[in-house]
Design a protein around this ligand. Structure first.
Ligand SMILES: [Fe+2]
Length: 340
């Protein structure tokens, strides 16, 4: 009698191969999924110590549209900032490379970052996936693959069925492993954060709080400013307000913001949940701002390095310091570090 392998065995082998060997099925998210804290990277803040996050944005590393001097001085600026600030974590807030043969510069970037032995988290900007000035989906896949391969990189693609690439969370924990602050990183795509990403943000914040047995504060990073930035600019102009670093609207906005092209309710979600204390973003290279808008800080990071358009008097990094008191409360301080 001829022996045959049952169909369900063959199907099971194919399914397991796809999921675990080739990952063809990817990771899928549903709002009904249970949040699991162990799915997210943890970084420890020791009691009594500050936790220091150094943010670079819009480094646009390349040596085609800019000179080799610009590239060399950009790496030098980042190196100086890391040596000066001794951070526990680096965040690169998008437009990290560009706009020519980005995969080459992405390798250069992660090789450079890995040399410091400090964990780093990247998010995608609207130009990271460019190839010779053109938006290119294949190039974007290559870039995200490179970003996830750094020895100290925390970059994650995030759920495959979510809009954008690089939607993920990180946890800052205390010495006992309790989450004291969550970091959330979202891809603002080339235009705006989609509704499904807002739903994932809400799911993640609720999950962290539930798993921790109470509210957990969070910092939110994305590349392109929210549409609310126009309200902030108007509010500052009409009322002669100054930001927390003493800038008037004219000083804060070196250029008109090119904000997200649609409002999909992220700020409403931030206000509704009451977890996120600060929003960090870049994109507009000539702007620098730290402004409390309706109880939430909007922080334009300083453009880093000399590649891409820039004002050489407005370059540097943004230092975000998490400090804790004896009772365990954590305060956040964000400061621009102007660099040459
Ligand atoms: Fe940029």
């Amino acid at each position: 009698m001829k022996k045959t392998i049952p169909q369900f065995v063959v199907f099971s082998i194919i399914l397991v191969s796809c999921r675990y060997d080739f990952n063809w099925l990817g990771s899928l998210w549903s709002p009904q999924d249970e949040y699991r804290a162990e799915d997210y990277a943890r970084l420890t803040k020791r009691t009594g110590d500050d936790f220091r996050i150094l943010m670079f944005t819009d480094t646009h590393l390349n040596a085609y549209y800019d000179s080799f001097d610009a590239l060399e001085n950009s790496f030098r600026m980042m190196g100086d900032a890391i040596h000066n600030e001794n951070p526990d974590l680096l965040v690169l807030a998008g437009d990290n490379v560009g706009n020519f043969i980005n995969s080459h510069w992405a390798w250069q970037l992660i090789t450079f970052l890995d040399s410091f032995g400090i964990p780093y988290a990247l998010i995608m900007g609207n130009h990271d996936g460019d190839f010779i000035k053109m938006q290119d989906t294949n190039q974007q896949h290559i870039i995200t693959e490179i970003f996830s391969r750094g020895a100290h990189s925390l970059f994650k693609n995030g759920p495959d069925n979510l809009s954008g690439t690089g939607n993920y969370g990180l946890h800052i924990v205390n010495g006992s492993g309790g989450i004291i602050y969550a970091l959330i990183l979202l891809d603002s795509n080339r235009d705006y954060i989609r509704q499904d990403q807002v739903e994932w943000y809400k799911w993640y914040v609720r999950g962290v709080s539930k798993a921790s047995g109470g509210p957990v504060n969070s910092l939110l990073f994305f590349h392109i400013p929210l549409p609310e930035i126009e309200d902030i600019k108007r509010e500052m102009e009409q009322n002669n307000y100054i930001d927390d670093d003493g800038r008037s609207a004219a000083e804060a906005f070196g250029e008109s913001p090119l904000e997200q092209t649609r409002n999909t309710g992220l700020f409403a979600a931030v206000q509704g949940l009451g977890s996120t204390t600060h929003l960090f973003f870049g994109h507009d290279h000539l702007n620098a701002l730290k402004y409390n808008y309706q109880g939430v800080y909007f922080v334009y990071g300083l453009k880093t390095g000399y590649c891409g358009y820039h004002d050489s008097d407005r370059l540097g990094a943004t230092l975000i310091t998490l400090s804790g008191d004896a009772a365990g409360a954590v305060t956040v301080d964000a400061r621009h570090r102007y660099l040459k």
